[in-house]
Design a protein around this ligand. Structure first.
Ligand code: GDP
Ligand code: IMO
Ligand code: MG
Length: 433
């Protein structure tokens, strides 16, 4: 079975949504396998912009099946809002399945996220989550006793389960911040019964669906959310999200064995951004960072927060490309660097006086890392209308090639604007490789 995965190699927002939409025409199915409504994936087609938090970015193609698998934490009202806003934009959500095994973000998760996000997790920094209840929901999934899966919403004991969990959550949450906290079981039940009613046509055993697709040799595209540096096990812990957002998470989250996923496309921006807390060695808290923020419109798709901006960090990207088993890079937002006379790329760190090219495993070492830069000349020419790689200015081509060289993987796709059309394939793309 030809399985391809698109995965972000930085701290998220690498333009995965744009790429998935673009590649969808080559596939039968598009799969979101981890994360939840913390994601914000943007697809631009002509004058229309679609902001997707939950529904896979293949949804604009009516012939493709879009699937949300067990590894995702579901936010039912967000999904419904998305279905409605897509309908207003003329897109009918019908070829769509949601796993009955996916866990559901409940109101107590959002409250717990709000309370705990005020805590310092390292030094005097907090995680700066998206406040979508992601961490608390994954915590309950792993803890099992207070978890609710999507399939539970359709069972006769659903209200009893809410009652039992809500009683425990009232105690836990009020002890967390010393404030009384109460939940109305009747209200929560009727709210979620309403969501279940509307989402009933989509609930299914997606593991069985995908395993059948594997048997039938269908072409599946997996859409990563967040980025590999936010991976719970391999990212910049504790400043991470709560799922395996690097390439290693595809199989566990989707239920498709790893041996059927035979191509990984690593998505990178031509520079770096981060939203929320945590070390960011190449961050530019100066006019360069502001220039990138302005030109790249670097404001969060989900929370609207200004994104922190900086130079491309090849130490980090080389690590995440190797970790994710990347075959090919897709380099996005090249146009954003077009006005700069010179561009820096971080090729190593200096940590405690030593030159280091392996990405540090402890957040304190990363915080102490001083970037060692290589300077490359800019091209100072608009590239947003260029549609053949050979027609890019020579210095832009050199930049692309140098990034591929230092990261250690070939660049196969280059993006010079948000629209589908503003994309160059360095070689023809096929679903099977
Ligand atoms: P995702 O979370 O990885 O899907 O990325 P986001 O949608 O959060 O952020 C990427 C932003 O960049 C979106 O606003 C896209 O429309 C936009 N975008 C995508 N590719 C390009 C590009 O090549 N150049 C520019 N200037 N913007 C792009
Ligand atoms: P997409 O899919 C960028 C960040 C948050 C915070 C950390 C933990 O659009 O690339 P969480 O709410 O997940 O517990 O927050 O992770 N974060 C993202 N940053 N893009 C995302 O998704 C993100 N999803 C979570 O800002 O630092
Ligand atoms: Mg995003």
């Amino acid at each position: 079975m030809p399985g391809t995965c698109v995965v972000g190699l930085q701290w998220g927002d690498e333009a995965k949504g744009k790429l998935v939409d673009l590649l969808t025409a080559n596939f039968d199915t598009v799969v979101r396998y981890q994360g939840g409504a913390n994601a914000g994936h943007t697809v631009v087609v002509g004058d229309n912009t679609y902001k997707l938090h939950h529904i896979p970015s293949g949804i604009l193609n009516p012939n493709v099946l879009n699937v949300i698998t067990p590894g995702v934490v579901l936010n039912p009202p967000t999904i419904l809002k998305e279905i409605d806003s897509l309908a207003q934009q003329g897109i009918e959500v019908k070829n769509f399945k949601i796993s009955d095994r996916a866990h559901v973000v409940m109101p107590w998760h959002i409250e717990e996220d709000r309370i705990l996000n005020q805590a310092f997790v390292s030094g005097s920094e907090n995680i700066g989550t998206t406040l979508r209840g992601i961490g608390p929901c994954y915590r309950d999934k792993v803890g099992r006793t207070m978890a609710l899966r999507f399939g539970d919403l359709f069972r006769p004991d659903f209200k009893d389960k809410i009652q039992r969990i809500a009683t425990a959550k009232e105690q836990i949450l009020s002890s967390l911040n010393g404030q009384p906290f109460s939940l109305s079981v009747d209200e929560i039940y009727s709210e979620f019964a309403g969501y279940a009613n509307r989402l009933k046509p989509f609930v299914d055993d997606t593991t069985a669906i995908l395993l059948n697709q594997v048997d039938q040799d269908k072409r599946i595209l997996f859409e990563g959310a967040q980025g590999a540096l936010l991976d719970i096990d391999h990212g910049t812990f504790p400043f991470v999200t709560s799922s395996n957002s690097s390439g290693v998470g595809v199989s566990a989250g989707s239920g498709v064995p790893a041996r059927f996923i035979n191509r990984i496309i690593g998505v990178i921006k031509a520079y770096a951004t981060r939203v929320g807390g945590g070390p960011f060695p190449t961050e530019q808290e100066n006019e360069i960072g502001q220039h990138i923020r302005d030109l790249g419109n670097e404001y969060g798709t989900t929370t609207g927060r200004p994104r922190r901006c900086g130079w491309f960090d090849a130490v980090a990207a080389r690590y995440t490309a190797r970790l994710s088993g990347v075959d090919m890079l897709s380099l996005m937002m090249l146009d954003v660097l077009s006005e700069l006379p010179a561009i820096q790329v971080c090729v190593a760190y200096e940590i405690d006086g030593k030159r280091v090219t392996d990405f540090p495993s402890h957040v304190d070492d990363l915080r102490n890392a001083k970037p060692i830069y290589e300077e490359l000349p800019g091209w100072q020419q608009d590239v947003t209308q260029v549609d053949r790689y050979e027609d890019l200015p020579e210095n832009a081509q050199k930049y692309v090639q140098r990034i591929g060289q230092i990261v250690g993987r070939p660049v196969g796709i280059v993006s010079v604007g948000p629209d589908r059309k503003q994309t160059m394939f360095l070689e023809p793309f096929h679903a099977s490789c």
